[in-house]
Design a binder for this molecule. Structure first.
Ligand code: ZN
Length: 292
């Protein structure tokens, strides 16, 4: 039995399943202070058959370095009470099982790569465009980590001249991608969500242009086969089509010629993160000697 947690800033999704793609039970609890939230999650797992491993896809920043003393801890998050929380250690100690730990977006990328929009590809990026912009990257079937985890929302993008008066909303970088194209950025710049603005409003093209730059840069830097664009802002009717169109225009026949790059919507919808967390649990189970 596998257990999984998708730890988000507003809710925790919990699941158990006999395999990553068969969710046997699923439950959602609100994210409160760490003590109560983690205790409520533990209580839920204890009501089920014992799990053999637990996968956690968490909001970030998180420490993913297995050699670090703070592996599995949440980093310097603005979310009250959560900075420094040893989320992996809590469940390793209380359940006594191996823990697979990664970012929520790397978990979602893993799920979309293996059983969602990217079935059949070995490299994929998953981007969520919502309250913030986050991205996960899977290359060769494994989520990518380095000095930390990818922070694709914080890249810098070229902006139309007329937009330069808008300072952006990222508290670290001002007008990085998240600062100009996330939900709060759109609200600050135009006073409404993209879905509420008329389809002919210039905001659609401008936001699509920013996201197309991210897609182009991902194709150019990582050669991923697919970029999956999810999150609340991407539910705006017609936006994905505009992003594809802009990406082709920016590329100007260079990468697109003969390549297999695709910009797609998520197939697993709201289950991408939790399915990926079940896959992290599966990957955390040590191989028996005969399988090594
Ligand atoms: Zn930023």
């Amino acid at each position: 039995m596998l257990g999984a947690i998708e730890a988000g800033g507003t809710k925790f999704v919990l699941a158990v399943g006999h395999s990553p793609t068969e969710i046997a039970d699923r439950h959602v609890i609100p994210t409160r202070q760490p003590d109560e939230t983690l205790a409520e999650a533990l209580e839920w797992f204890r009501r089920h058959d014992r799990v053999d491993a637990l996968g956690i896809g968490s909001f970030g920043p998180v420490d993913l370095d297995p050699s670090s003393a703070t592996w599995g801890h949440i980093g310097n998050t603005p979310k009250q009470g959560w900075a420094g929380c040893d989320i992996a250690g809590y469940f390793a100690g209380s359940l006594g099982v191996p823990i697979g730990f990664d970012t929520d977006v790397n978990a979602a990328a893993l799920a979309e790569a293996k059983s969602g929009a990217g079935r059949g590809v070995s490299s994929l990026a998953y981007i969520t465009v919502g309250t913030g912009i986050g991205g996960g990257l899977v290359i060769g079937g494994w989520p990518v980590h380095g000095a930390a985890h990818p922070e694709m929302g914080h890249i810098f993008v070229q902006r139309p001249h007329a937009e330069m008066g808008f300072a952006g909303v990222c508290k670290h970088h001002g007008a990085c991608l998240e600062g100009v194209a996330s939900g709060p950025a759109i609200l600050a710049r135009w006073g409404a969500t993209l879905s509420d603005l008329s389809p002919t409003h210039e905001a659609h093209g401008i936001v699509a242009g920013y996201l197309a730059q991210l897609c182009h840069n991902l194709f150019a830097i990582t050669a991923v086969e697919a970029v999956v664009l999810g999150g609340g802002v991407m539910k705006t009717p017609g936006l994905i089509g505009l992003v594809r169109q802009e990406a082709l225009r920016l590329d100007n026949g260079y990468l697109a010629a003969g390549a297999r790059h695709q910009i797609v919507t998520p197939e697993l919808g709201d289950n991408a993160g939790i399915t990926g967390a079940l896959m992290l649990a599966d990957q955390a189970i040590p191989l028996a000697p005969a399988q090594m």
